[in-house]
Each structure stands twice: as structure tokens, then as C-alpha cells.
Design a protein around this ligand. Structure first.
Ligand code: NDP
Length: 480
């Protein structure tokens, strides 16, 4: 059985403990590889390697760092199919999705930050004849990057790329549930010639490896994407150590459909925003609010489209939904569907585990699920489910829908569907959300600020914001 290795100081190594964890293929429910059960000793080695590499890496001209990261991005592109298949097997997502979204985006992340670093500039503040201030930006040192399982390489590279491009060394931990593409990345980092110790990838449990990264005194910045509860814990540990913190956390995103929307586009895109990647995208809209005059028409058209979605073997391009990432997560989603029924919700479609035959008989599949008849403030509509489950709710006025949309603790993303320009601007401004899409969903420009408000996180990724996060500013004032 394949054994994943840690990547420390430029080489692939076994965990110090010699212990391994099972890695499951969620579409078969079977163990298909083993991952290092690393601990704080492995993290210590990674930190030491990063410390040793930092003076050389941070002193390299930006162009040289950029060229190495572009080389890494080209190597991922060259191996796109291998990475897409690995991501699909590890996570359960359809291979077509990994091929068209996850892996191309990882390629883009490295390319984007390798080139963005070449264009970064700092500010000057003139005090006329009196003095001139200029700002220097220097890399922080060692950055800790911790990422989740839903978009494994996509989110892992979204952190590592800006950290490395701005001259830091990295100690990173992918989710223990989906470690494979991070492992493949470490093989390519060696091939690309990334100097030893610059990028270190330590595999294992959040409670061992993640905690050791967060608590390590030599790691000065933590970039974390994951659940809100984990984010709270990380903030509690890291804040008293005065570490820089970027926290991208959970969401419970609203999709708001006004009666004057472009109906066909709204239905088609809402199917995608509800169920893409089995609903396991932090940006998926899980609460669909429909203006009452359109409610029945939208409901029927949406149902008709969702009924066409096939669930099954992630390697078969005919299937639109693959497997849920783990047994535990599947059980969590099913428990929320049961809760929705207890709370008085009516299941219009799905609501069940999908039982397949043959090698997929033990796989973790759930049908896309549509529920109606629940109030906006019940638990189903307040808590993050993070699966293929949406609720439909009617509304009468703009004020009403804004109060529903803003009623959760989260504030990551929202979609608004209307052809009325003034209404679109007004609603977008009033939504408590870090990202608002008008008449679209997941249309991403990597230069824009990405992140949430309230319990959805602290800080912004994307564009120069991320490069800035991984640097310290120093103002220098020259008396003239
Ligand atoms: P978790 O918070 O469970 O895990 C995220 C990462 O943190 C994993 O690598 C995990 O390791 C690690 N971790 C767990 N405990 C600790 C700890 N005590 N200290 C340090 N690290 C730890 O999230 P999930 O992986 O379940 O991801 C799903 C969540 O991520 C959802 O809430 C989703 O909304 C959110 N998310 C947010 C995004 C955003 O941009 N805002 C984007 C994508 C997802 P291990 O796997 O071993 O537990």
C-alpha cells in the first residue's frame, strides 16, 4: 500500500514515530494509502529546516524566487491529469471537477503569486521640505499554513504560494483526510529545484501537527482555512503569542432570488452554487431565498434541474456529484437532514444516502437534497452543514430578506439575482458578507480580496493582501 511521506528539508521522510494513519477512498469506503501520523518532533525538524533556509531564500532576488515558483506551477500543469485523478480518489469529488477547477486553480495560484511579487511596491509619504517617509516590506520568517479537505490542493497552494513568493519559508499541514496532492506537490517541489527547507509539508492530525505548528514560537504567522471552531481554538493559542493570523472559516451563505431576475440563468447557476463539489465549498449557497411571486415557479424549475443530477463513481464524467469526503462527514450531513425534518422541514428531493453497487457499495454518497417549510432562524438554517443540502424560503420585501440573510453568525459569501441595478447595489451594500456575487457565483478574480466577516473569519486573502499578510512593514523617516 502506498505510503505518503513528510517533506522536510528538501527530502521525503518517514514520520519520527514510524506510525501511520489510514487514508480512505470515500467513493469505496476502503483504505487505499497510509499517511504519516506525525507529531511535534516532526514539526520541530521542519521548523529547524525552515530557519536554516530563511536567510538564503529571503535574500534571493524576487525574480529568482518567482522563476522557481513558475517552474513549480508548470510542473503541476504538466501533471494535471495525474493530480486530478489523485484529488478525485482522495476527496471523492468528480474527476472532471478536479480537472477543470481544483488543479488548474492550483497552477494559477503559484503562477499568480510568482508574478504578483514582481509587481509589489511600497509607499512613500512626503512631508514636503521637512522629511520623506518610505515603507519597507520584509518577509516575516516562517509561516504556518493549515488547510482543509474540501478543495485540497487549491486551498493549500492559495496559502503557500504568497508565503513563498514574498520570501518566507513555510511549514504546512494539509488536511489529514486529503493529503495526497500535497504529497505529489512535494515531489514536484524537489523536481522544480525549490531549495531545501524552504517548503516543508508535515502530514498528520490537526490535534498533533496542526496544534504544534500553531503553538511553535518560531512560526510567526498562521494562515488557516477550516472550521470556525478550529479557528477559535487557533486564535486562542496564537493571539497571546502575537502571531499574525489569517483565518478563513465557515459559512452559511444566502442566495437571494428576486422576481425580476434572469430566470433561466438564476436556476442554472443556483443548481451549481448549491451542489458543486457535493456542496462542500465554503462559498456554496445553502439558504435560497425566493421572492414570493416567483417562489413556486422557481421551486419547480430548480427541482426539475436537480432531479437530472447523477450521483456516483467520481471517475465517470456523467456523474455530477461524487462521494462525501468521509464517513464521519456523511453521518453529520445525514444528521442535519434528520434535524431539518424534526424542525418541520419538508424534503422535496433527496434526503438520503445513495446506495451504489459493486466497488462503490460502501461509498459515502448523498443525494442532492432540497428542503422547504423551515423558518430562517431554526438550526438547519443557522448552522453550517457543508454538504449537498439547501433550503428554500419565500420572502416579500427587501428588508425582510436582508434580515433573514444577515441572521446567522456567518458572513462569507452571498449571491443576489436581480436585473434591477439600484436594488442590486443596495442589497449588496447591506449584506453582512465579505463577498457578494450579483447574477453569478464563484466568478473569481485572484486580485480581489477574499474572506469573511463575523464568524467566517479574520483577514483577507487574494491579491496583494496575501503578499502583505506575509510581510512586516517598517516605516523609515528621513529628515531632509
Ligand atoms: P477543520 O477545522 O476540521 O480542519 C482544517 C484544518 O485544520 C485541517 O488540516 C485540520 O487537520 C486542522 N486542525 C484541526 N484541529 C486543529 C488544531 N487544534 N490546531 C491546528 N490545526 C487543526 O475543517 P475541515 O477540514 O473540516 O474543513 C471544513 C471547514 O472549512 C468548513 O467549516 C468550511 O466552511 C471551511 N472552509 C472555509 C473556507 C474559507 O475560505 N472561508 C474555504 C474552505 C473551507 P485534520 O484534518 O487532521 O483535522
Amino acid at each position: 500500500m502506498q505510503k505518503i511521506k513528510n517533506y522536510i528539508n528538501g527530502v521525503l521522510v518517514e514520520p519520527i514515530s514510524g506510525n501511520y494513519l489510514d487514508n480512505y477512498n470515500p467513493s469505496t469506503g476502503k483504505v487505499y494509502s497510509l499517511i504519516p501520523d506525525s507529531n511535534e518532533q516532526d514539526v520541530e525538524l521542519a521548523v529547524k529546516a525552515a530557519q536554516d533556509a530563511f536567510p538564503i531564500w529571503s535574500a534571493l532576488p524576487t525574480q529568482k524566487r518567482s522563476a522557481l515558483l513558475i517552474r513549480l506551477s508548470e510542473l503541476i500543469e504538466k501533471n494535471l491529469e495525474k493530480f486530478a485523478v489523485a484529488e478525485s480518489v482522495d476527496n471523492g469529488k468528480p474527476v472532471w471537477l478536479a480537472r477543470t477547477v481544483d488543479i488548474p486553480r492550483a497552477v494559477d495560484n503559484f503562477h499568480f503569486y510568482a508574478t504578483a511579487a514582481l509587481h509589489q511596491s511600497t509607499e512613500t509619504h512626503s512631508m514636503g521640505d521637512v522629511a520623506l517617509n518610505y515603507t519597507l516590506r520584509t518577509p516575516i520568517g516562517i509561516a504556518g499554513c493549515i488547510s482543509p479537505w474540501n478543495l485540497p490542493l487549491y486551498l493549500f497552494s492559495w496559502k503557500i504560494a504568497p508565503a513563498l513568493a514574498s520570501g518566507n519559508c513555510v511549514v504546512a499541514k494539509p488536511s489529514e483526510i486529503t493529503p495526497m496532492t500535497a504529497y505529489l506537490l512535494s515531489e514536484l517541489a524537489i523536481e522544480a529545484g525549490i531549495p531545501a527547507g524552504v517548503l516543508n509539508i508535515v502530514h498528520g492530525l490537526g490535534t498533533k501537527v496542526g496544534s504544534a505548528i500553531v503553538a511553535h514560537p518560531k512560526i510567526q504567522a498562521i494562515s488557516f482555512t477550516g472550521g470556525t471552531k478550529t479557528g477559535e481554538h487557533i486564535a486562542r493559542v496564537a493571539a497571546p503569542m502575537f502571531k499574525k493570523l489569517s483565518l478563513e472559516l465557515g459559512g452559511k451563505n444566502p442566495t437571494i432570488i428576486f422576481a425580476d431576475c434572469d430566470f433561466d440563468k438564476a436556476v442554472k447557476t443556483t443548481v451549481r452554487s448549491s451542489f458543486a463539489n457535493q456542496g462542500e465549498i465554503c462559498l456554496c449557497g445553502s439558504r435560497i431565498f425566493i421572492e414570493r411571486p416567483l417562489y413556486e415557479k422557481f421551486k419547480l424549475a430548480f427541482l426539475e434541474e436537480v432531479k437530472k443530477l447523477k450521483v456516483g463513481d467520481p471517475s465517470d464524467d456523467k456523474n455530477w456529484l461524487g462521494a462525501i469526503v468521509s464517513k464521519l462527514h456523511m453521518e453529520k450531513i445525514l444528521s442535519y437532514i434528520a434535524l431539518a425534518q424534526e424542525e418541520g422541514g419538508k424534503i422535496l428531493h433527496g434526503g438520503n444516502r445513495v446506495q451504489l453497487d459493486g466497488e462503490f457499495a460502501e461509498g459515502y454518497f448523498i443525494a442532492p437534497t432540497i428542503i422547504e417549510g423551515l423558518p430562517h432562524d431554526c438550526r438547519t438554517n443557522q448552522e453550517e452543514i457543508f454538504g449537498p443540502v439547501v433550503t428554500l424560503q419565500p420572502f416579500d420585501t427587501e428588508e425582510e430578506v436582508l434580515s433573514y440573510a444577515n441572521s446567522t453568525n456567518y458572513g462569507l459569501a452571498a449571491s443576489v439575482w436581480t436585473q434591477h441595478l439600484t436594488k442590486a447595489h443596495h442589497v449588496a451594500a447591506k449584506l453582512h458578507s465579505g463577498i457578494v456575487w450579483i447574477n453569478c457565483w464563484l466568478l473569481r478574480d485572484l486580485r480581489t480580496p477574499f474572506g469573511g466577516v463575523k464568524s467566517s473569519g479574520v483577514g483577507r486573502e487574494g491579491g496583494f493582501e496575501a503578499l502583505n499578510f506575509f510581510t512586516e512593514e517598517k516605516n523609515i523617516c528621513i529628515k531632509l
